[in-house]
Write a protein that binds this ligand. Structure first.
Ligand SMILES: [Zn+2]
Length: 325
């Protein structure tokens, strides 16, 4: 018995320095710990992707899947939903596309893969009582297949003007044989961003290079039962670009800018173009439930929660930058 107590005491004293170990301030471990703290329970999906196992950066770069093999419909199809009074979800279970209605027509934010464009976006708009012919602009947050394969389709069929970051136009126009086709150049957004106004609605387009060189993020207002809420929409997330200290520095600085812009605008809603980062599909469905007086909209948080999303992303990017230094 005494021997067992002695072994236990010896083990505990040997482990004590490990149990009490604090990461060295400014180290990668300290940044990751700070990012985990900032993520809390609100941004766990993004923390997991960027900080817990950011190994996707070692994989091959993101490529659009071959048009001949779309995944089974049951794996991606989502019904369309009205989520705010002026914002409608027309995406899949994995990738978001939104219709923002204005007094002069519709602004669509992001597309989905080509195989889902007709059913989710074109038919989705109609099912919600909206007309695809009224889509004046489509904002493309970045030129990857999961967000841009409907651009040429809407441009061709509905006369929609496509808005994209300058650098992402360059890679788009260089394409051949792209699913959905290649759009012709419409509106290019440079480093200073752009205020896009349609009727009574303005979307503040912010250049946030990093995920791609031309990634765009957005600030805009939504209406909810007579209240106005401000949305910060993060346009590019994963670290699946060619890794280097410079690339992560660029990404990190875009997160600093995003945090500042979100705080200055008083954004209380965080949105992303992947449902794994903002739980769009879940929140769109929860938004259909009747709310009791005082119950918040499922997307509504507070400014600090929105800002913490970008502080977490900033710290994860800085931790990677240090690794490649
Ligand atoms: Zn992407």
């Amino acid at each position: 018995m005494r021997y067992r107590q002695w072994v236990l005491a010896a083990l505990l004293s040997a482990a004590a320095p490990l149990l009490n170990a604090q990461p060295e301030p400014g180290s990668r471990d300290a940044l990751i710990a700070a990012a985990k703290q900032a993520a809390g329970l609100d941004h766990a999906g993004t923390f997991r992707r960027l900080c817990a196992a950011p190994a996707n950066q070692y994989g091959p770069p993101e490529r659009p899947p071959s048009r001949s093999e779309p995944p089974p419909r049951d794996s991606w199809y989502a019904r369309p939903y009205r989520v705010f009074d002026n914002l409608y979800f027309i995406g899949t279970r994995f990738h978001s596309a939104w219709a923002l209605t204005t007094s002069e027509g519709i602004i669509v934010i992001d597309s989905v893969f080509e195989y889902a464009v007709e059913e989710e976006m074109v038919e989705g708009l109609r099912a919600l009582g909206l007309d695809p012919n009224d889509v004046r602009y489509m904002l493309i947050s970045h030129a990857h297949g999961d967000h841009d394969q409907g651009a040429a389709i809407f441009q061709r069929r509905f006369g929609t003007e496509i808005v994209m970051g300058e650098a992402d136009w360059a890679s788009t126009l260089a394409r051949e044989g792209y699913p959905g086709g290649v759009p012709t150049r419409d509106i290019a957004v440079g480093p200073d961003g752009l205020d896009l106004t349609l009727g009574d609605t303005t979307v503040h387009v912010i250049a946030t290079p990093g995920h791609t060189p031309g990634t765009l993020s957005y600030l805009f207002d939504v209406e909810e039962g007579g209240r106005t809420l401000t949305v910060m929409y993060a346009g590019g997330t994963a670290f699946n670009f060619p890794p280097s200290a410079d690339a992560f520095e660029l990404y990190r600085d875009s997160m600093i800018e995003s945090a500042e812009r979100a705080r200055a605008a008083g954004a209380t809603v965080l949105m992303s173009n992947h449902t794994e980062f903002d739980r769009a599909w879940d929140r769109a469905r929860i938004a259909q439930l009747r709310r009791l007086p005082g119950e918040p909209h499922p997307y509504e948080t507070d400014v600090d929660t929105v800002v913490r999303y970008f502080e977490m992303s900033r710290d994860c990017a800085e931790a990677e930058r240090m690794r490649w230094e």
